[in-house]
Ligand binder design. Structure first.
Ligand code: HEC
Ligand code: HEC
Length: 470
């Protein structure tokens, strides 16, 4: 965590909370060199939570309404998110393990983004050479493997064995766009070795290996108008083979709309689950170690992080600002926006949604009204779409089948290179750039892929420039 990011100039808002949906009024840009000081509505990705930062802190800076007590909590949450946990009983940082995947949230979500994906066995790009992937495993009958559980943990504290090692090999194939332009796609093939107990035959393992998601618009996603998503679900486009579906999930004993995760399989920002399962830090929601019951680990360690701290991490993620769009007046970008519609990308990557009037509520009940009543531009419908068997992972979660994925929100995507220093995309990072990501779209995305592949080079370039302006 670096302190200077909090010292960046705060915007001068007067009327902060507007209850009507037109949030475009009176939002000033801090950039004094800019020709217009008032932001254009097209720049405002998330209403009053839009920030005008296009540096490596673009995903990791607070919204301007984060002041006073909220700011103290934000700073505490940011620290807990970024600072590595230690495998001791230090009251501030201790409690890592016995099993873990990384030692901080920021290890995989560097700068609150998407750390380049690389497995530990290939050197690891997470802080401390951890893998930044998460590997989910199950039996072919959708049961957890006895003695393993949901996630394969490839790290452990001294004296305990990691559950196994994940490996990947990529095969590359050459293709051509309709005008003959060559491109290639790489397909990952994963396998596991060094099981801590009995070897499990790979034919008995279903696995899903996933890259972290950018933390752009987490608060807006939690505040989203659920009724609007239900309306989107009703819209079907049989002429293009597109039909989105809500992932109805059960969490905390309640049937609710899943929003977060690559298959929209969670209803919250997974703070307590992340601390427990990814880092090995027990909390009041998950009081038992992830290794609970494993023959190699004796006993549990009690609660290792307070509910107040958990809520501060939740606050931190909810109140991150969403970077404003860039280059909105460029002719290329404007043309690209038309091409985006021509290729029907906008039917899933829906440009405009709204947040519910009351905003969002944190896990400790704190209300964040600033997230309410905003017009937002996530470029997602947060619905599930069948993207074809080539992107599928056989790993169903609630309504989401193996081939279904949540439309990844595209806001902030153009800054991933600056924030995380790579342009790898899709749920397992297999696409190395936007063009490859599009050419992987199958199933309901097939029409888009075909329209894109038919475009001339200028139109394709414009479309990609538009995506990178988000
Ligand atoms: C070992 C790497 C790793 C660590 C450590 C990690 N994450 Fe993640 N995170 C991921 C991956 C991979 C996904 C996608 C998971 C999926 O779709 O199932 C993800 C997804 C998420 C999402 C969903 C975002 C969205 O757009 O839907 C949130 C929120 C999140 N992580 C928060 C956290 C928090 C909080 C922590 C720390 C407690 C944390 N993560 C630690 C890898 C990690
Ligand atoms: C049928 C719905 C649908 C359509 C149409 C569609 N997408 Fe997607 N898009 C998705 C889904 C679902 C994913 C996530 C797939 C995955 O991760 O495997 C995705 C992922 C992406 C990603 C990767 C994002 C990231 O951060 O990993 C990009 C870029 C993208 N789409 C751009 C486009 C563009 C450009 C078009 C039009 C040419 C388009 N999409 C059309 C549903 C769609």
């Amino acid at each position: 965590m670096l302190l200077h990011k909090y010292l960046c100039p705060l915007l001068l808002f007067t009327a902060l909370i507007s209850c009507n949906r037109d949030t475009s009024k009176d939002i000033y840009k801090p950039d004094i060199n800019s020709t217009t000081k008032i932001a254009s509505p097209r720049e405002l990705s998330a209403g009053i939570s839009t920030i005008f930062t296009a540096t490596s802190y673009a995903y990791d800076s607070p919204s301007d309404w984060v002041t006073g007590k909220l700011q103290d909590r934000f700073i505490n949450g940011d620290g807990l998110y970024d600072d590595p946990r230690t495998a001791d009983d230090n009251p501030k940082t201790g409690g890592k393990g016995p099993l873990f995947c990384g030692s901080s949230c920021g290890s995989c979500h560097n700068n609150s983004g998407r750390t380049k994906s690389s497995l530990f066995t290939d050197g690891g790009t997470g802080k401390g050479n951890f893998s930044s992937f998460l590997t989910f495993i199950r039996t072919p009958n959708d049961q957890y493997h006895r003695n393993y559980g949901r996630v394969l943990h490839d790290h452990a504290i001294y004296g305990v064995k990691p559950e196994g090692k994940v490996h990947v090999k990529y095969t590359e194939k050459q293709y051509q766009l309709d005008d003959g332009t060559p491109y290639s796609l790489i397909t990952p093939h994963y396998w596991i070795t060094d099981f801590y107990m009995e070897d499990i035959d790979m034919s008995q393992i279903e696995m899903s290996v996933r890259t972290p998601l950018r933390h752009v618009g987490m608060g807006q996603m939690m505040a989203i108008d659920r009724e609007e998503l239900k309306e989107l679900e009703k819209r079907q486009y049989p002429e293009y083979g597109i039909s989105g579906e809500i992932n109805w999930i059960v969490e905390r004993g309640q049937r609710q709309i899943g929003l977060s995760g690559h298959k929209a399989q969670h209803a919250d920002l997974t703070v307590e689950l992340g601390f427990l399962s990814d880092i090995g830090v027990t909390n009041h929601r998950y009081p038992f170690e992830i290794s609970h019951g494993q023959p190699q680990v004796k006993g549990d360690y009690g609660i290792q992080i307070s509910s107040e701290d958990m809520a501060d991490v939740d606050l931190y993620m909810h109140s991150l600002g969403v970077p404003a769009r860039r280059n909105i007046n460029s002719e290329l970008v404007k043309r690209g926006e038309k091409m985006f519609e021509k290729a029907k990308c906008h039917l899933c990557h829906v440009p405009t949604l709204h947040t519910q009037p009351e905003g969002a509520t944190l896990i400790d009940g704190t209300r964040l009204p600033w997230l309410g009543g905003q017009t937002i531009h996530p470029y997602s419908d947060y619905l599930l779409h069948d993207m074809g068997p080539e992107l599928g992972d056989d790993f169903s979660q609630f309504n989401a089948s193996g081939d279904e994925w949540r439309t990844t929100p595209l806001w902030g995507i153009g800054l991933q290179k600056i924030v995380n220093n790579h342009t790898d995309l899709l749920h397992d990072g297999r696409a190395r750039n936007v063009l490859e990501a599009i050419m992987w779209h199958g199933g309901e995305g097939d029409v888009s892929r075909k329209i894109f592949a038919k475009m001339n080079a200028d139109d394709r370039q414009a479309l990609i420039a538009f995506v990178e302006s988000l």
